[in-house]
Design a protein around this ligand. Sequence first.
Ligand code: DOR
Ligand code: ZN
Length: 345
Amino acid sequence: MQSIEITRPDDWHVHLRDDPVLRDTVKDISRYFGRAIVMPNLATPVTNVEMASQYRRRILAHLADDSAFEPMMTLYLTDRTTTETVKQAGQSGLIRAFKFYPAGATTNADAGVQKMESIYPLFEEMTLQRIPLLIHGEVADPGVDVFDREAVFIDRHLDHLVKSFPELKIVFEHISTAGAVQFMQSSPANVAATIAVHHLLYNRNHLLADGMKSLYYCMPILKERADQQALIKAATSGSSKYFLGSDSAPHAQSAKEDCSGCAAGAYTAHAAIELYAEVFDEAGALDKLEGFASHFGASFYGLPRNSDTIQLEKRPWLVADRLSFGDQHLVPIRSGQEIRWSVTA
Ligand code: DOR
Ligand code: ZN
């Protein structure tokens, strides 16, 4: 197949950061996505409705006048989040989800939750308010090998959480292992998972085998080829449990190439739907792209599908070496190389 028309897709997991880089990240995310779930892990985390409302306004200020793109706001859970905040979120009409980060698990997660079980009362309130819980599913325990953090999180926390809250919508974000796919296969209908395109395109050999490449350093860290293949199989299976969440996470080139500690995150918003199309095409499953990118996420969140379409063609284009990122630059995924699919209408 050389071209495909799909319902306009949505991105159910993206990092846009804040001014002065919103100009660049908002331009990229709003190219073809109708909506995006915007992560709340700003330098000062977005922890209440008022902060989210102000953040949303800062995002909207960078949208082109004719853009129909809709940023969907989330709140960041901390040890100090109250059930009152969850109630306010539920009544606000603005907050689409709460994001759980284990304290210290990733970028700007220091204010995250120390012990998941201690905020179970918040999950009860989220169930009542019908607000989904988005999970960064990794333990931050320094005694656990970085490649095992997702598997250990499933065993120590996720399994129990899912059994305890059969009515709560839970998204296991950016799954990165065959074990997570296996967990998802036997999970009930209130549990879904997003899959990031970098976890579909790459494995840890890309990160480590041919000169260590900071471009590919992200959390959860890239795993084995067998894990990558299990994720591709899940994403292209046609199962509505899996949907698109790019986890596009920009960092300035200087932060990615800092030898004292490389920032975790891969930037894909400049080309996300094209990269997913490449993966689905390679897997011989282009016919499954529309469900994954445009239908299943909306259904899970209880939202209508977008009403217009986009057209993709197998026509290569060259990604720039660097992209503008506020007053700095970033190096995007596929920097200086071709992407085989383009959006043509
Ligand atoms: O690699 C990552 N980068 N993983 C995350 O969970 C957070 C993200 C970021 O905000 O940079
Ligand atoms: Zn993320």
